[in-house]
Design a protein around this ligand. Structure first.
Ligand code: HEM
Length: 315
């Protein structure tokens, strides 16, 4: 089965202890239930946390692979200090889950696998597909610098070409790349991330926005830096639900981020967005395979890396 997935998704496996759907079958068979049960309770109390966990996974995997490097509390200048990690939240939830897992299966389960399982639950428990993910990642023993993270994480001003390039490197097809952006069906964008869109005179950005939506965004995000890091707008009208409303909304000229709006202008990505806007199952299918590819990118397995006892510190 894993061999088939490797063929289809180009997943890297090491000969010893590589990723597998049965990785914790003997060492911690209850790990998936621990993560699910723990997060069910958390999500009830705080419905904004699924979005945070899904974005956390992307930002971890995008820098040096899915290795939990984003969790390390490093000296000033470490990965989390990258300005592109602005708005990253809920790292502490992974530590909370890890301590429950450690109590039942000491030194068996990596923090990087917990990040992936948490993101998978973020999607499933908000109404999205339940994605099967192979496990067995190890945690990194070094943390990247903020400069390195700056280079690899996409800016809020990313356009279609750059976006496609980023996801092609993870083996994603065009429909999968459009689908993974459907993660923006959850959560919020801070005003500081769209100030340029709303007030820059150069790029004519507002011309692609539905006028009443442009007016709404400007009201929600008035010009000036004072509160732009605190105020925010929701990414789509059903921002607590994983559904295809993001595509419907973007097709109507209500995309919040530049990438959400630009995908509508590019004929190739627009075709796929239209497909997803009318067929949620289609979106869920492409999202699931894109998620699997993202979650397997640049992983450490077997003798590489470690299982950190404390996710926030290199052992
Ligand atoms: C080129 C690709 C992408 C760009 C340029 C981009 C950019 C952004 C920006 C600027 C924000 C708002 C941050 C803030 O102001 O707080 C955001 C939010 C978000 N992004 Fe992306 N993103 C991309 C891909 C992804 C991917 C692949 C995922 C997940 C698989 C993802 C999941 C999210 C989620 C869930 C939020 C809401 C977070 C929250 O509410 O805390 N994004 N993204």
């Amino acid at each position: 089965m894993f061999f088939l997935l490797q063929l289809r998704f180009g997943i890297k496996a090491s000969s010893e202890g590589g990723l597998s759907y049965h990785f914790y079958e003997k060492s911690c068979p209850q790990v998936e239930d621990i993560v699910k049960d723990g997060l069910e309770a958390v999500f009830l109390m705080d419905p904004t946390s699924p979005a945070a966990l899904l974005r956390l996974m992307f930002h971890d995997c995008q820098v040096q692979g899915c290795d939990a490097s984003i969790l390390v509390d490093s000296r000033e200048g470490g990965e989390m200090a990258s300005s592109k990690n602005f708005g990253i939240r809920k790292r502490e939830l992974i530590s909370m889950l890890k301590s429950i897992v450690e109590a039942q299966c000491p030194q068996q389960v990596s923090c990087s696998d917990i990040i992936i399982l948490a993101a998978r639950e973020a999607v499933a428990l908000t109404g999205g597909p339940r994605i099967k993910v192979p496990l067995g990642r190890k945690d990194s023993t070094r943390t990247p610098s903020y400069e390195f993270a700056d280079q690899l994480l996409p800016p809020a001003t990313t356009g279609v070409a750059n976006m496609l390039n980023i996801f092609a490197k993870k083996g994603m097809t065009l429909p999968e790349s459009v689908a993974i952006l459907g993660a923006h069906t959850l959560g919020v964008t801070h005003c500081s991330s769209i100030q340029n869109r709303l007030y820059s005179s150069e790029n004519g950005e507002l011309s692609v926005m539905e006028p009443s939506f442009a007016a709404f965004l400007r009201l929600s995000c008035p010009q000036g830096p004072l509160t732009s890091n605190l105020s925010f707008v929701v990414n789509d009208p059903t921002s607590f639900v994983f559904d295809n409303a993001y595509y419907v909304s973007a097709m109507e000229g209500r995309g919040v981020l530049k990438i959400d709006a630009e995908m509508v202008l590019d004929p190739e990505t627009a075709r796929v967005m239209q497909r997803f806007a009318v067929n949620q199952d289609d979106f869920f299918r492409e999202f699931s395979s894109a998620f699997a590819k993202l979650s397997c990118s640049g992983v450490l397995t077997g003798e590489q890396g470690v299982i950190r006892k404390n996710c926030n510190a290199i052992n």
